[in-house]
Design a protein around this ligand. Structure first.
Ligand SMILES: O=C(O)CCC(=O)C(=O)O
Length: 205
């Protein structure tokens, strides 16, 4: 069960970015930006997304078999209405903060629901589009039960572990999608649900 915070405000708010964002340079031209507690009223938003998003089970081909993706998904393509006004506000603030560096807006929102500790995402880079060849950014907002996001360099070397908490923002940038991989591993310990919201520019997935 996810334990809601007693101190969290009911009203959902998205805090300014600016100097509250801490950049961590990684090897090979990648970086991550961290902004803990970006969202206030995160309990309320988490409950709204659990209820309002049309979560779907996904499949993927693995060799000659089709296997269930171990998490629920919802994808909002460019131009689609987002499921909650707080996501519009997140996108607005991300666009304002990163416009110059990214050179384009964030246009899509991918949402994942990790129902419990069995759900996960395996090691990968977001390489279905331009992320394979070009520097880009993927912004992740985490809500609900904290889960580690692991990052490891494709060239080899130890993995880094970012504990993504309720309302935290992490942005992967630079060459991160092609020179590093990321994963959210299963946990041996029972865990409550987590929602991840990922904002990406056009043709990055
Ligand atoms: O759960 C997360 O925050 C990461 C999700 C992810 O890497 C993906 O959906 O490609």
């Amino acid at each position: 069960m996810f334990q809601a915070s007693l101190l969290d405000a009911d009203e959902v708010g998205v805090n300014p970015l600016g100097s509250s964002v801490r950049r961590v340079p990684l090897r090979d031209g990648a970086w991550v930006d961290l902004r803990p507690s970006w969202i206030t009223g995160a309990d309320t938003l988490f409950q709204r997304l659990l209820t309002d998003v049309p979560w779907q089970a996904g499949n993927r081909r693995m060799y000659d078999r089709v296997v269930a993706v171990p998490r629920l998904l919802a994808f909002y393509r460019e131009g689609m209405a987002l499921p909650d006004p707080a996501l519009d506000e997140m996108k607005r603030l991300l666009d304002a903060h990163y416009a110059e560096e990214l050179g384009e807006p964030f246009t899509t929102a991918g949402l994942c629901l990790y129902r419990d500790h069995h759900d996960s995402v395996a090691w990968h880079g977001d390489q279905y589009g331009r992320g394979r060849h070009e520097d880009t950014m993927v912004a992740i907002v985490s809500l609900g039960t904290p889960r580690p996001l692991l990052l490891r360099p494709r060239a080899g070397g130890p993995a880094l572990r970012y504990e993504l908490g309720h309302g935290d923002l992490l942005v992967m940038g630079g060459s991160c999608q092609r020179t590093w991989e990321h994963a959210v591993p299963k946990s041996a310990r029972p865990l409550g649900p987590r929602v991840s919201v990922q904002f990406r520019p056009t043709n990055v997935r």
